[in-house]
Design a protein around this ligand. Sequence first.
Ligand SMILES: Cc1cc2nc3c(=O)[nH]c(=O)nc-3n(C[C@H](O)[C@H](O)[C@H](O)COP(=O)(O)OP(=O)(O)OC[C@H]3O[C@@H](n4cnc5c(N)ncnc54)[C@H](O)[C@@H]3O)c2cc1C
Length: 387
Amino acid sequence: MDFEFSEEERIFQENLREYLQKTLRPKIKLIDNTGIPRDFIRDSSKYGIWAMPVSEEVGGQGASFVMTAIASEEIGRADFTMATAVFFLLESGWGYILDKYGNEELRKEVLPNVTSGKWFLGISSTEATGGSDIANIRTLATKRDKKYLINGQKMYVSGVMEAKEMGGGHLTLVKTNPQAKHKGISMLYVPTNSPGLNVSKLENMGRMGISTGIMTYDNVEVPERYLVGEENNGFYYSMDGFNHARVLVGAACLGSSEAILDMGLDYIKQREAFGSKLKDFQSIAFEASELKTRLEMARLLVYKTAWMLDHEEKYKDDIPTFAAMSKLVAPQVAFDIVKSVMMWMGAYGYSKDAMIEMAYRGIMSYLVGAEGALNVMKLIISKRILM
Ligand SMILES: Cc1cc2nc3c(=O)[nH]c(=O)nc-3n(C[C@H](O)[C@H](O)[C@H](O)COP(=O)(O)OP(=O)(O)OC[C@H]3O[C@@H](n4cnc5c(N)ncnc54)[C@H](O)[C@@H]3O)c2cc1C
């Protein structure tokens, strides 16, 4: 057993951290107010970070998931609002799925534009009638003359405005056989600027740098080649995508919350009350010890799962459980860290000046439901351990 990063992974982490701390970290307030700067997305593509697990043939790095998790953690650390990490992990997870299951024409049409930072790629699955119960989606795609005609509506989809403005689109779950439940779902790539597709933004409480919104499909036509993989297999591709994206969510939460914990530790080392440093109150020191320990526990789980994804064939039966465990644990640990640090800082922690609230709002999205609600993670785990 070896818990060390390889030389290549270590150097990648050091270089990326240095670059992001210089370029992304100072822009956090700007990101929270006006969005991820487009010039950052373009410039950082030279580091090969967008959709990095995608194969080199279509502009990616063919990066391992351990390497991708390292990048996710560093992006979360630099932009602890989580907005840039969301942008990153959607493109990595769903770019990987498009590369794995998409036909050659589609892969070559979309992925080089994503890896170069020109286009956005996301996932469109959730509907107003419920997000967890994917088998019951209602958006319909009917095949006619080598085209799919799509009608329906998706909700709470990340990156709708980015895809509209930058170009790109979403891997979209549609019913191609409405009588069948999950076996009647297909995955289509749908460019956001398709005629008949209207998007509107929803106001969220956090991760303001990336939009979330409604997508309404009114007779949207896409060519047959935009079908990802085989018809009626989309549910399985989406589960594969969620496994990968959930690990990257976990990694982003590690980075974001560690950045906040470091700020908190610095604070309690210098702040005084009743003639003592806060760090010398055992109640605070013990809380810090516990949070640091839980963070390291989450890190072990997240990187073990990333490593399992890199040995997919061997661990395919366990990957969904471990990805769910990572998504269950890391956001909760991260949230507890951010909440405690805010309380250590007292009134200052609650103020916008301290910037802790940005991480609080961002991480909360992963407790609520983005990339799957926490109870759904428990459902996946319990099904496996109680079978
Ligand atoms: C910020 C943000 C960004 C998002 N981005 C995207 C995106 O890019 N693309 C996309 O398709 N979707 C996106 N979503 C939606 C996300 O996938 C859904 O929120 C998630 O799947 C949960 O669905 P829901 O919100 O409809 O809640 P519901 O499915 O209605 O669940 C509501 C509550 O019931 C619980 N629950 C549900 N089923 C069970 C059960 N069987 N047992 C016990 N408890 C249960 C859940 O845990 C949850 O607490 C995003 C959500 C957020 C908050």
